[in-house]
Design a protein around this ligand. Structure first.
Ligand SMILES: C[S@@+](CC[C@H](N)C(=O)[O-])C[C@H]1O[C@@H](n2cnc3c(N)ncnc32)[C@H](O)[C@@H]1O
Length: 274
């Protein structure tokens, strides 16, 4: 029986939580829960919203990786979702990855919520309306007949030594511009077979939204360092160990409140390791 568990309470949403890191805050968790699991009418309060096409990003990303696996003839038994947050992409991957999907994030609370959702099959959380007002959203995991088992663990995406297994596919969604050393983070996938096997797929989705709060400007891929855009810098970084399979833009929307949305287009590349 589905017993909805409370994942984010209304009273937590407006607590300042200044001592807590960004992705552990209740308000942030609530936004990502909505983005990863919310239905179209949970995200937008009216039909025909101009941003409606950006809904469903986790599923679209997963399908793009699936299509890349199909076109390259890559068997994907295991997949790793780095910076998985509350796990929507991991669950979407579990519908077609054969055996095991692992989601890793440095945010302890994101991982706790991802695990709670997996165990309970869904949950209830509050989202911001306006001022002190919130409303509750109930979600269920939309993939009851998953192929792969899904595991979540707290970990540093820039140092994945502790994560067991060499994966068939590794996905980093909106996280390369959030780690302290983006180049080091990406190099670990080409450097050895430890995390990504030879012949495996690497998917990088990123709006290249750089902030000095997350990484020093000297370490940003492209721009300040070598006057090339990030889209080209990431290709130069990976070219020696990988072949580029596909390159597209994927729209995504993060709801702040019913009148304010963050819209972005992630630059998505899929790579096959030599
Ligand atoms: C912008 S969110 C993206 C979440 C999710 N991948 C998505 O696309 O919706 C960035 C995520 O990266 C995580 N993160 C930041 N630095 C990390 C690191 N060094 N290792 C693992 N996760 C990290 C954050 O905790 C957060 O969950």
């Amino acid at each position: 029986m589905f017993v909805p568990q409370i994942l984010v309470k209304s009273e937590e949403i407006f607590e300042p939580e200044l001592h807590i890191s960004q992705y552990d805050r209740a308000r942030e968790i609530s936004k990502y829960l909505l983005m990863h699991y919310g239905e179209l009418d949970d995200v937008f309060e009216r039909a025909g919203h101009p941003l409606a096409a950006a809904h469903g990003y986790p599923r679209r990303l997963s399908e793009l990786l699936r299509e890349s696996a199909r076109t390259t003839g890559t068997r994907v038994r295991t997949a790793l979702d780095v910076g998985c947050n509350v796990g929507g992409v991991s669950h979407a991957l579990s519908t077609w990855v054969e055996d095991r999907v692992v989601g890793v994030d440095i945010s302890r609370r994101s991982i706790e919520v991802a695990k709670a959702l997996s165990v309970g099959g869904g949950g209830v959380f509050s989202i911001v309306q306006q001022g002190p007002f919130t409303k509750d959203v109930e979600v269920r995991l939309p993939y009851p007949e998953s192929c792969a088992r899904v595991e979540f663990e707290v970990g540093d995406g820039a140092d994945l030594e502790s994560v067991e297994g060499s994966f068939d596919a590794v996905l980093l969604s909106n996280v390369v511009d959030r780690v302290a050393d983006p180049e080091l983070c990406l190099r670990q996938f080409g450097a050895s077979e430890r995390t990504l096997r030879s012949g495996g797929l690497l998917m990088i989705a990123c709006p290249w939204s750089w902030y000095p709060e997350y990484s020093a400007p000297e370490s940003w891929l492209g721009s300040a360092r070598d006057a090339t855009p990030s889209e080209e810098a990431v290709k130069a970084l990976l070219a020696s160990d990988f072949d580029l399979v596909t390159e597209v833009d994927e729209a995504c929307v993060l709801r702040q409140n019913p009148r304010e949305y963050d819209y972005f287009e992630a630059h998505v590349t899929v790579w096959r390791k030599h």
